[in-house]
Design a binder for this molecule. Structure first.
Ligand SMILES: Nc1ncnc2c1ncn2[C@@H]1O[C@H](COP(=O)(O)OP(=O)(O)OP(=O)(O)O)[C@@H](O)[C@H]1O
Length: 932
């Protein structure tokens, strides 16, 4: 592959480490944040907006030769997609993109960009793509928080599996790992709770605040407010788009409100040593009970004592203050962790309704796992996170160094071994440090045995080169990770012990009147904290299982680098660029052969193009090697040749007999690639002929005029004419062409129409009526042609909405500058309305119209400006102003609509929540007056 992969590497590989870092830093200062090391993308976080991800750039990376464009994350998305489709000189294979880097290095942003570009590449105008993109804001709200290292730090790891049929995405699945639940009840200096609490308190309407039993943010111990107002509506919209039901949303928000109230419950001992809730926090106890849908007395009992049954006898053990506070915090952590797990499983259910994840389908997985962490106090959670990072580093080493160099050995290729920092010892059984350390730490440690626990660790692991004993009065120990030493505090390990909740609390919640809470506590939890339906195989989501999956897929690596510790733009600290193994990686990519298909795999691909024999000759000429060795750029070079040959073959087929067409040139080109790369058992790799000096390319990776020039789009019906009305176009065309005819089809069509009218009357009409009539933009069930006729003399921006004839749903007809456009309106399973391809869901059609009178409809940014009034022609449901249609509107008007509005879901124990909130406010007023 001529171009960037090669050019950058050639430029970088001749440098020593210092000059390499200088060169990277210089590039960064000129806003070249991406650099290729062969097929590995290095991304340096710019901490500022760069116009690198606008639509025009995305289009260029979609349609143009990637090798002629600057390094970019979109090129990685394209490579993974094309490889998954089998278009890059190998057959279709599962792909995985592994994004690594320390906290704040840009992994999550890269994941979002990759997802966005992959959705662009497989664009099939399905709502699923929009839904998949909406999962990110949702998960970020619940799983991210501000830390000292990153204002939007993922406090969980995720592996997103995208499943494809042919070229279209048909489902997605999120696997989440190790949510840092302790954050709910404790945040260190400079850190915050999960974003959702701030969004909720800042963005919620006064009416909803009252409904959930929430007060002013300053009233809660576990959060301090920041400006999060807009985020809340974004999260609610994401839930609507993905398909959450209204009642589910209300129950979930009520549980979150319950968690906040729980945090305000304080205890004090009485003279009889029995613990009680302080007078000030009695209201909070009542509120929590109401919000969790449980009895107040039972909640209090669960917090202040433990019930155990010994030989059939129930024994009650009273808690001391610390134990009661631990129980309170554990409930909050467990409840939040389970809400998060439920969101993920719900998302998975909604995004892959018909996909069986056990059936083999092509797949692209994206791994975005929390970065390596080293805080002032490192707890058990940091140990787990750092173990995950060690595993990831091993995966990288294995693919980039081990596998490749082993294959040279096996094939007898002369090769000067490139050494690298191998972190295998810390992970494997023989040396046994991290896995047993984690198992050992997971056992319950009584607080007064803390020093014993650390002493035991010291004696067990002191001989390991990766473990250091700390001489101190505190229970500390050090682990030497691949990315540096981390000192862990045994005290922090105790908190993890407190995550386990007593059976009595579990039973209490299983019997909650809020079905969601009952489901959450009845479900099992995997080893990594994932919520599992009861019968699911425990442990299926563990990182080890994930690693197995990744080892059999083709990996793509994105190495993210944080240029400075202050999260500032245009500042680069060269020490930070000294990223693990950068220089070695450059060397192996320069000297090695990173694409090594088996002969069979390669020949199969060639067989399609009738060059199998030719390839076999070449291979047998060079010896009986089991695989072929290519440079990283050859894969793309070859795929281009094969594509050209495919086209040539088509021409040959079309013009029969013209076999003389010159297909020799691609064959000889393939031969050239083979000749230079294939290795025999004894012969050293044939040195590559000096490559043609690559064409100079613009130094800047900012999109230039050429990058931004309009890109020729492949012919695509959906873009050419009306964006989203193919169903109707097809049926009408078919009708015109006489293909559909026949009495039976006509009967079917009219039945479908009748069914749709019934659907409209029974489920929809009352949502559309406003003040006793249908809005003038609503035209009932008219045909596409009738709609276009109505638009004939209307101004641009005029619109109407009609009921679908062939499907349950609506179509928006819009008068554009040159033509009428018809946008399909999707009906979601949760009753929300979305224009296909848009990212906002609406509770009703009038809401949709109101929104798009302010926000243009994609892709032409069209605003709904003028309603197209009805005319009085009567068809069944044919016009809004006459006949049965108008009668229907009047019958459904006014009180019915109002009643409908009021039937919105409420928290199950709303009256108790209200009472509790009043009590809290009264106490506060009395105290306020007392102070005054
Ligand atoms: N390509 C980019 N362009 C502009 N800003 C970026 C880019 N990538 C990252 N950032 C900025 O850096 C911040 C941190 O990035 P991100 O959250 O992706 O880090 P991370 O590696 O996922 O961290 P963690 O492991 O803590 O989750 C982002 O919130 C954003 O402000």
């Amino acid at each position: 592959m001529e171009g960037l992969f090669h050019e950058d590497l050639a430029a970088l590989s001749d440098l020593d480490e210092q000059s390499l870092l200088e060169s990277l830093s210089q590039r960064f200062k000129q806003d070249h944040i991406y650099t290729y090391i062969g097929d590995i993308l290095v991304a340096i976080n710019p901490f500022k907006y760069l116009p690198l991800y606008v639509k025009e750039v995305s289009e260029r990376y979609k349609y143009h030769e990637k090798s002629k464009l600057p390094p970019h994350i979109f090129a990685v998305a394209d490579r993974a997609y094309q490889s998954m489709m089998g278009r890059l000189a190998t057959g279709p294979r599962n792909q995985c993109i592994v994004i690594s880097g320390e906290s704040g290095a840009g992994k999550t942003e890269s994941t979002k960009l990759l997802l966005r570009q992959i959705m662009e590449l497989c664009r099939a105008n399905s709502q699923l793509e929009q839904q998949i993109l909406q999962v990110n804001p949702l998960l970020e709200a619940f799983g991210n928080a501000q830390t000292v290292m990153n204002d939007n730090s993922s406090r969980f790891g995720k592996y997103i599996q995208l499943r494809f049929h042919n070229s279209s995405v048909i489902g997605a699945k999120i696997n989440e790992y190790l949510l840092e639940k302790s954050r709910v009840v404790h945040q260190d200096e400079g850190e915050r709770n999960f974003h959702i609490f701030y969004c909720m308190l800042a963005g919620i309407s006064p009416e909803d605040k009252d409904m959930y039993g929430l007060l002013d943010p300053t009233q809660y111990r576990w959060v301090h407010l920041r400006k999060w107002g807009e985020k809340y509506s974004e999260v609610c919209n994401a839930m609507d788009m993905v398909g959450f039901q209204e009642q589910e949303k209300v129950d979930m928000m009520t549980i979150l409100a319950g968690i906040l109230s729980l945090g305000n419950i304080m205890f004090e001992p009485t003279e009889t040593d029995v613990l009680r809730v302080t007078g000030k926090s009695m209201g909070w106890l009542k509120a929590t009970a109401g919000q969790f849908g449980v009895q107040e007395e039972e909640l209090l009992r669960s917090l202040t004592c433990t019930l155990s049954v010994t030989r059939g006898e129930a024994i009650r053990r009273l808690h001391n203050q610390q134990q009661a506070e631990d129980a309170r915090d554990s409930i909050a952590k467990v409840a939040y962790g389970r809400v998060f797990g439920w969101i993920v499983s719900k998302v998975n259910e909604l995004l892959a309704p018909n996909v069986d994840f056990d059936v083999e389908l092509n797949e692209i997985g994206i791994l975005d796992i929390f970065g390596f962490e080293n805080f002032a106090v490192n707890r058990f959670e940091q140990l787990c996170i750092n173990l995950a990072n060690e595993q990831l580093q091993y995966f990288f080493n294995h693919h980039i160094f081990l596998m490749e160099q082993n294959e040279y050995k096996e094939e007898g290729i002369e090769w000067e071994t490139i050494s690298f920092k191998d972190n295998k010892p810390i992970l494997v059984k023989r040396h046994n440090l991290l896995p047993p350390l984690i198992t050992y730490s997971s056992t319950l440690i009584p607080p007064h045995h803390l020093q014993d626990f650390v002493d035991k660790l010291n004696s067990k692991f002191k001989s390991s080169p990766h473990y250091e004993v700390v001489r101190s009065h505190s229970p500390l120990f050090t682990v030497v990770h691949y990315a540096g030493k981390v000192q862990y505090n045994g005290g922090g390990f105790l908190e993890m012990n407190r995550d386990t909740i007593p059976a009595s609390i579990r039973d209490l919640f299983i019997n909650s009147v809020t079905p969601l809470l009952s489901v959450l506590f009845a479900a099992t939890i995997s080893r990594t904290g994932t919520l599992m339906p009861r019968k699911a195989k425990v442990g299926i989501h563990s990182l080890a299982v994930l690693m197995e999956k990744m080892f059999v897929a083709s990996p793509h690596f994105v190495r993210c680098i944080k240029p400075n510790g202050n999260k500032l733009p245009d500042q680069v600290d060269n020490k930070r660029l000294r990223y693990n193994g950068l220089l070695e990686t450059i060397r192996i990519r320069r000297d090695g052969f990173s694409w090594r298909p088996s002969f069979k795999e390669f020949a199969q691909r060639c067989v399609l193009l009738n060059i199998y024999e030719h390839c076999s000759n070449i291979v047998s000429h060079y010896g009986r090697s089991s695989r072929l060795f290519f440079k990283y750029w050859h894969q793309e070079e070859l795929s281009r040749l094969l594509e050209r040959m495919g086209k040539a073959a088509l021409v040959i087929q079309k013009s029969e007999g013209s076999l003389s067409l010159n297909i020799c040139s691609p064959i000889s080109a393939v031969s050239t690639v083979l000749c230079v790369c294939v290795s025999g058992p004894v012969s050293p790799p044939v040195p590559l002929p000096r490559r043609k000096k690559p064409q100079p390319r613009p130094r800047s990776i900012m999109p230039t005029a050429a990058h931004l020039a309009p890109v020729p789009r492949p012919r695509n019906k959906q873009f050419e004419a009306t964006p989203f009305d193919n169903l109707e176009v097809h049926s009408e065309l078919a009708e015109l062409m006489g293909q559909v005819g026949g009495e039976e089809r006509a009967r079917e069509r009219s039945k479908k129409r009748r069914d749709n009218i019934r659907w409209f009357k029974e489920t929809q009409a009352r949502k559309v009526v406003r003040n006793g009539a249908f809005p003038c933009w609503f035209h009932g069930m008219i045909t596409r042609r009738q709609a276009e006729d109505l638009m004939t003399d209307k101004p641009v921006g005029c619109f109407l909405i009609r009921v679908g004839q062939s499907r349950e749903g609506y179509t928006l007809t819009y008068k554009g500058a040159n033509r009428c456009r018809h946008y399909m309106i999707e009906m979601q399973s949760n009753g929300k309305y979305v224009i296909l391809g848009e990212d906002k869901a609406h509770p009703s059609l009038p809401d949709l119209v109101q929104h798009h009178s302010r926000v243009g409809i994609k892709p032409f940014n069209e605003l709904l400006t003028t309603s197209c009034g009805q005319v009085s022609t009567c068809t069944p449901l044919g016009s809004g102003s006459c006949g049965i249609y108008s009668l229907l509107a009047q019958a459904l008007a006014g009180p019915v609509y109002e009643r409908d509005r009021k039937s919105r879901p409420f928290p199950r124990l709303y009256p108790s929540i209200r009472l509790a909130m009043r009590e809290i406010q009264q106490i506060q007023q009395v105290r306020g007056k007392g102070r005054g």
